[in-house]
Design a protein around this ligand. Structure first.
Ligand SMILES: [Zn+2]
Length: 296
């Protein structure tokens, strides 16, 4: 089905998420009513501030006597669904947080009291443990798929990187998710594109984090992003940082070595960059087009 040999998206997570939707609220009504799901599963959820140490912690899952309890941080979202709804940005974050916690309840290898307990304790250590980090990434993937079920996404939106931001905006309204989640989901559903999303700080010009499509992770060839390094000179993101760019969100073709100085792939490889300034970060979409990898 997929045209890209480097595409290994984890079907397992998609299947689990789809199964949960089929057994609960279905996918006919959009946006997915994620707040109805806990009741179907006899999972308790509540808004509380008692379980959280800081506003960085958004949600938490506990298992007590085989029963799941999901807590959402009242200091962040307010004390009820109604309060959370007052601010669209927070509401979308709240929906994603619940979907993420449902991932911990529903993904088979997450159903382990000790793991759940570790999540809690490790959040203090900013998830230094890579096994737990992996679980967090899985729960995020589960949440994205739960809120934006891939089979419901307009096919014309996929692999249409020229209109990535425009399409993501439509998805974010339709599915009631943040623009970032919509962009991530479009990227992870991308079959033909070797791409990665990079978040940089407008305050110090450094890379904060990045999310690669699986195709990017498997591509190799020296194409890699390093956090805490400066946004490269000559990149579009740098121009945005310097205030030298008139129009944002327009894809530009540029020298692949600007972003990947250690690149050792084919001469045919091209790089497209599209960068947009959000409130607290600059989001950069990078896509490598390498026709040589399809040649065998
Ligand atoms: Zn988590």
């Amino acid at each position: 089905m997929t045209s890209n040999p480097y595409f290994f998206r984890d079907q397992n997570i998609i299947n689990h998420s789809n199964k949960l939707l089929i057994e609960t609220v279905g996918t006919d009504d959009l946006p997915i009513n994620v707040f109805d799901i806990p009741e179907y599963l006899d999972i308790n959820f509540e808004f509380t501030s008692e379980k959280f140490k800081s506003a960085k912690e958004l949600g938490l899952t506990e298992i007590i006597n085989d029963k799941f309890y999901i807590y959402l941080n009242a200091n962040v979202f307010g004390n009820s669904i109604e309060e959370a709804k007052k601010d669209t940005t927070q509401w979308r974050r709240c929906r994603f947080t619940l979907a993420h916690e449902l991932g911990h309840c529903f993904l088979p290898n997450h159903i382990d009291v000790n793991i759940q307990k570790n999540f809690q304790e490790d959040s203090v250590n900013s998830l230094k443990n890579s096994y737990l980090k992996q679980k967090e990434v899985e729960a995020d993937g589960f949440a994205s798929e739960l809120l934006i079920p891939s089979k419901t996404v307009n096919k014309s939106f996929l692999d249409d990187s020229k209109n990535l931001f425009k399409n993501a905006k439509i998805l974010s309204e339709t599915y009631d998710v943040s623009l970032q989640v919509a962009i991530m989901q479009l990227i992870s559903l991308s079959t033909a594109n070797i791409c990665v999303c990079v978040f940089s700080s407008p305050y110090n010009g450094k890379i904060i984090s990045y999310k690669p499509a699986d195709s990017f992770r498997y591509y190799g060839n020296g194409a890699r992003i390093e956090v805490k390094t400066e946004v490269p000179q000559n990149s579009i993101a740098k121009k945005l940082l310097n205030g030298d760019l008139r129009q944002e969100g327009i894809p530009n073709t540029l020298d692949i070595y600007y972003w990947f100085p250690e690149f050792r792939g084919s001469d045919e490889a091209k790089l497209t960059e599209c960068s947009v300034h959000f409130n607290h970060y600059i989001l950069t979409y990078l896509e490598i087009t390498d026709t040589s990898i399809y040649g065998y």
